[in-house]
Design a binder for this molecule. Structure first.
Ligand SMILES: [Zn+2]
Length: 412
């Protein structure tokens, strides 16, 4: 079974109009005017497919297509319609469009599934307007406090709760997603691996764990003209040496470890003053907890080495690897095989709603290539054929899952 390419293209073109930027990207911050327009359009498209659309108290939208057996929990297809500022036309929205395309194709093929199908648009996945990212799937999974999140403000001072109310998106708590037979999320990879290796499909086994440290270097701020080099305690130079030292050691760990010195603060940050205090972050991601343990050890031992300045470290936060459901991973893999698509099993380095939903519902993700790995950028691009491959793998995986689960129920 394959979906119609023209029909998929039409949907991608239609949805990218909402918040379209001059450079053909998308600015659709969560619950902004543009996002509200996209939401209304999504609702309209769902209703055209005889789906019932509801909203929960977090603005998450649910479109339900009833299956033959009302006793079965629904198969859920989810993603997000919001984008970052000057983002692309594929991140998030493709997964929602894919849901519509699956429902439409099944209708055209005259197939009625045993399970109901539920398409979900999660609110504020990007966290670009209201921090943090994946806010509302996180609340659903009990990872974030609802009370705290409702009070989070955007740059203009509007709270998340106000934005929900202003947009008419504050539905009922009873509508919240709580269970499902399986959760599928199709997404662009947002990294270069599939594109560089010319592989059509990523079968995603999980989302990597990460750890984030903050490191402080306390030197001595002093006059840049009168302090001879030997008498200095330059915190910035010390930070630079420490970073290189850390890099040298971390590069000995497995090569799929990624680490980043992403944020730095330098004081007093004046060209006539020797830097007296530097603070920077070191974030590392890997799927194996033992590797992250090694990272912790290296940071501790390296920062504790004697030096001219005082150095301290603190673990700001960490997140464990989320492993997706093995049965669903197999279903996606079988679907890619059946469609003769090249595929690779991989972990996601980026966060997605699926990592939180996985604690409620057996979950899996499907990736398609991103040109040059570029995303969160107007230049973000996946070809129509690549999008089509992803949707077809999703479609057939959902269909197979429906058949398998139905018979499992029958024989049990
Ligand atoms: Zn996304």
């Amino acid at each position: 079974m394959k979906c119609n390419s023209t029909s998929l293209e039409e949907k991608i073109t239609s949805f990218r109009q909402f918040g379209k930027t001059a450079k053909n990207g998308v600015s659709r911050l969560s619950l902004s005017e543009e996002d509200l327009q996209a939401r209304a359009y999504f609702k309209k498209r769902c209703e055209e497919l005889q789906m019932t659309v509801t909203i929960d108290d977090l603005g998450n939208m649910y479109a339900l297509k009833m299956g033959k057996n009302p006793d079965l929990q629904p198969i859920v297809i989810g993603s997000h319609l919001d984008s970052v500022l000057n983002g692309g036309a594929y991140d998030g929205v493709l997964g929602v469009i894919a849901g519509l395309q699956v429902v439409e194709t099944l209708r055209d093929e005259n197939i009625k599934l045993e399970h109901s199908l539920l398409i979900v648009n999660f609110t504020n996945e990007e966290g670009a307007r209201f921090d943090p990212a994946m806010m509302c799937s996180g609340i659903l999974a009990g990872k974030f406090s609802e009370e705290k999140m409702l009070k989070v403000r955007d740059e203009e001072g509007t709270t998340f709760e106000q934005a929900l109310n202003n947009g008419g998106m504050r539905g009922k708590k009873e509508q919240r997603l709580r269970e499902g037979a399986g959760y599928f999320e199709l997404h662009i990879e947002q990294g270069p691996v599939l594109d560089k290796e010319q592989i059509e499909i990523g079968v995603v086994e999980g989302v990597v764990g990460m750890v984030c440290y903050e490191i402080n270097i306390f030197g001595q701020a002093n006059h840049a003209g009168t302090t001879p080099m030997i008498y200095r305690q330059d915190a910035l130079l010390e930070a630079a040496r420490l970073m290189i030292d850390l890099e040298d050691q971390l590069l000995f760990l497995p090569e799929d470890l990624v680490f980043t010195f992403g944020r730095i603060y330098n004081a007093p940050n004046i060209h006539t003053v020797v830097p007296g205090h530097v603070r920077f972050t070191l974030e590392a991601r890997h799927k194996d907890e033992e590797v992250l343990q090694e990272v912790r050890k290296i940071i501790q031992q390296t920062v504790e080495k004697p030096c001219k300045c005082k150095r301290t470290y603190e673990e700001l936060w960490s997140r464990e690897t989320v492993y997706f459901n093995s049965e669903l991973i197999c279903t996606v893999e079988d679907s890619a095989k059946a469609l003769k698509k090249s595929y690779k099993k991989m972990y996601s380095g980026a966060g997605h709603d699926a990592q939180f939903i996985a604690s409620l519902i057996p979950s899996v993700m499907i990736f398609i290539p991103s040109l040059d790995g570029i995303s969160h950028n107007e230049a973000e691009y996946s070809s129509l054929q690549q999008c089509l491959d992803g949707v077809n793998v999703l479609l057939n995986a959902v269909y197979q899952f429906d058949c398998k689960k139905k018979s499992a129920k029958f024989y049990s």
